[in-house]
Write a protein that binds this ligand. Structure first.
Ligand code: HEC
Length: 97
């Protein structure tokens, strides 16, 4: 444990997939959604990603992401992610639960 802590340099370490998902979310979602454990979304009507699991199991988003997420809201761009990106993103979303 001491070695792990020293390597990560912080209190908790993310798995590689989770880390990739976090990076992806920061790059692609953070201009509208809060992507971290705290804080409000920059765009008020966009739900913080950490609250999604309160509405449905985050696994169910895999299909939506694969088909291109469509919320019927014009300010949300349509995304189409490949399966690796989806796996990473869901892994990260699960760390927020
Ligand atoms: C340009 C702003 C913007 C960006 C960028 C954005 N979103 Fe959104 N997103 C929104 C808005 C606004 C809503 C709320 C839509 C509504 O409730 O009608 C939303 C809603 C959602 C929802 C909820 C859908 C539902 O109906 O439950 C999910 C999931 C989501 N976004 C995921 C993402 C992910 C993942 C990314 C990054 C890949 C992302 N969004 C990037 C604006 C954005």
């Amino acid at each position: 444990m001491a070695i792990l802590g020293a390597l990560s340099g912080s209190g908790f370490a993310l798995e590689p997939a989770e880390q990739r998902g976090k990076t992806f979310a920061k790059a692609n979602c953070a201009q509208c959604h809060a992507v971290g454990r705290v804080g409000a979304s920059p765009l008020k009507i966009a739900p913080p990603l950490r609250t999604l699991h309160e509405r449905y199991p985050v696994e169910t988003l895999a299909e939506a992401f694969a088909e291109g997420i469509q919320t019927g809201h014009p300010t949300m761009p349509q995304f189409q992610l490949d399966s690796d990106q989806i796996g990473d993103l869901i892994a990260y979303l699960k760390t927020l639960e």
